[in-house]
Design a protein around this ligand. Structure first.
Ligand code: AMP
Ligand code: MG
Length: 487
């Protein structure tokens, strides 16, 4: 069976300094762990052929498919506020781009593919655990309706990788609108390569913000577009309790998709200061700081665009500042809109934000499970919601206020419940489940928990009584306190 993948590689047509051609090298005896058949179909790829030996060789990088032009992309980035002028794909290789069934251009990238010219001291490999984590969490995010890179396939490479222990090597085939990052712009800005910047900006406009090409000032419209997309994305993260963990500028995609799942995690109990990432000792990327950090990153993006915004620097800075000023109101609009849906509100009233923040304060003060509280609120009188509190009376006043607010709504109960069920997932990828899944796979070669997590998390907004155990917060001894970057 020969596989035909209709590659059309627009990034590889950009000048040489945008990337380094490099062949994947991490796989010797690959085995397929998982193939996302629905996503393969969306991409117009033949899932049967991908699951056959030749397909597995392609998915692992052992064989280069016809039309693929493997490259490692160059980028820079601020890592925990410290600027590194050259990072780049050190363990990932862009295999190429395909135009999917709905006409959208998508990158196929192999992560865990071996050394590249950007690997610095690293081995270019990925261990099995982080590959499984990225697969599960990125697919869960997609099912939650949040813009994200996707997982097309996971393979073991047949190699061992050296971390604290020897671990099975693995790789993931990731699908993205593109892998262009804030750090990609920083790469050219740091080199004062204005021509490169302009080519990159034009590429991003054509690919992600085509309306900007028609705008009076296309580069300002591009900046506006990225700011709006990120404001919306970060609001969506907060609304499901997602913590990215490493919001460095090299881990922020200009497309507005969530990218680079490392030490990411979901809140169990609601705590705005929550940090899981073992490398984030200062709490820079805590749950509640994510809007502020996104704006920080977008400010770095705006700085790179200054030479394109206006010839006069003062004018360019004023322009960038005007664009950045739109972030906070856009974020607040998206966040408040989402909170209203979570509370079952169709209409907008002045004090809705007050109602929501009063609730969040109570949840934080009483360490209440964020996901289960909101799902329980759908049927507040039957769900045992009050029993989530040690002293149930602490929520009574708030519940009375909420019910009074609902009484003003024109919609009926059924509509309210439908709205709330679609805004409040029953199932999220809880950290203790992810950790248990990784332990089963790595320590015992048992992939049943991985498969089951994928099944449950594919329908996060539906009741799945047979999987009710997945709704439970961790028991004290199951609680995950630190997640690791997964390199
Ligand atoms: P991350 O913190 O995962 O976003 O990665 C930051 C930078 O380190 C990127 O340039 C990665 O390509 C690079 N990197 C991470 N892990 C490895 C590895 N095992 N080998 C080579 N480069 C790596
Ligand atoms: Mg990264």
């Amino acid at each position: 069976m020969t596989i035909s993948i209709p590659f059309d590689n627009s990034y590889a047509r950009l000048p040489d300094r945008f990337y380094a051609p490099v062949r994947p090298s991490a796989a010797s005896a690959p085995q397929l762990l998982q193939l996302n058949r629905a996503l393969a179909a969306e991409l117009g790829l033949d899932a049967e052929a991908l699951a056959a030996p030749e397909g597995i060789e392609i998915l692992s990088g052992l064989r280069i498919a016809e039309g693929s032009q493997p490259i490692a992309m160059a980028y820079a980035g601020h890592q925990f506020a410290h600027f590194v002028p050259q990072l780049g794909d050190g363990r990932a290789i862009l295999l190429g781009e395909v135009v999917d069934r709905s006409g959208r251009r998508r990158d196929l990238q192999l992560k865990g593919s071996g050394r590249t010219p950007f690997s610095r001291g690293g081995d270019g490999k990925a261990a099995l655990g982080p590959v499984l984590r990225e697969y599960v969490v990125s697919e869960a995010m997609a099912a939650l309706g949040i813009p994200t890179t996707r997982a097309l396939a996971a393979v073991t490479t047949g190699e061992q990788v050296v971390r604290e222990d020897l671990l099975p090597g693995a790789a993931i085939v990731r699908v993205a609108a593109s892998h262009i990052r804030v750090g990609t712009f920083q790469f050219f800005a740091a080199r004062e390569d204005v021509e490169g910047l302009r080519l990159l900006a034009d590429h991003v406009i054509a690919r992600h913000y085509p309306a900007a090409a028609q705008a009076e000032r296309p580069y300002r419209a591009l900046l506006d577009g990225v700011i709006a997309a990120q404001a919306d994305l970060i609001a969506r993260w907060l609304l499901v309790g997602f913590i990215h963990g490493v919001m460095n500028t090299d881990n922020m995609a200009v497309s507005g998709e969530t990218i680079d799942y490392g030490p990411c995690a979901f809140l169990d109990d609601y705590d705005p200061n929550k940090v899981f990432s073992s490398i984030d000792r200062m709490g820079r990327y805590a749950y509640g700081r994510q809007p502020e950090m996104a704006l920080w990153n977008l400010t770095r993006l705006a700085e790179t665009l200054l030479p394109l915004l206006a010839e006069d620097e003062v004018e360019a800075i004023a322009d960038a500042e005007a664009a950045l000023a739109a972030f906070a109101p856009a974020f607040e609009r998206a966040y408040l809109g989402g909170l209203r849906r979570k509370l079952g509100l169709f209409t907008e009233k002045e004090d809705d934000l007050g109602l929501a923040t009063a609730l969040l304060r109570i949840l934080a003060a009483n360490r209440i499970d964020f996901t289960n509280f909101f799902r329980g609120l759908v049927d507040a009188d039957q769900s045992g919601l009050r029993d989530m509190f040690e002293a149930p009376t602490v929520i009574d006043d708030w519940l009375a206020q909420w019910k009074a607010r609902l009484a003003d709504e024109p919609q009926d109960e059924l509509a309210r419940r439908t709205l709330m069920r679609a805004a409040n997932p029953a199932f999220i990828p809880r950290n203790h489940r992810i950790e248990a899944m990784i332990r089963a796979a790595v320590d015992h070669g048992d992939f049943a928990p991985f498969e089951e997590l994928l099944t449950v998390l594919a329908r996060p907004y539906e009741d799945q009584p047979e999987y009710d155990g997945y709704r439970s917060p961790p028991a004290e001894q199951e609680r995950v306190t630190a997640t690791f970057c997964g390199t």
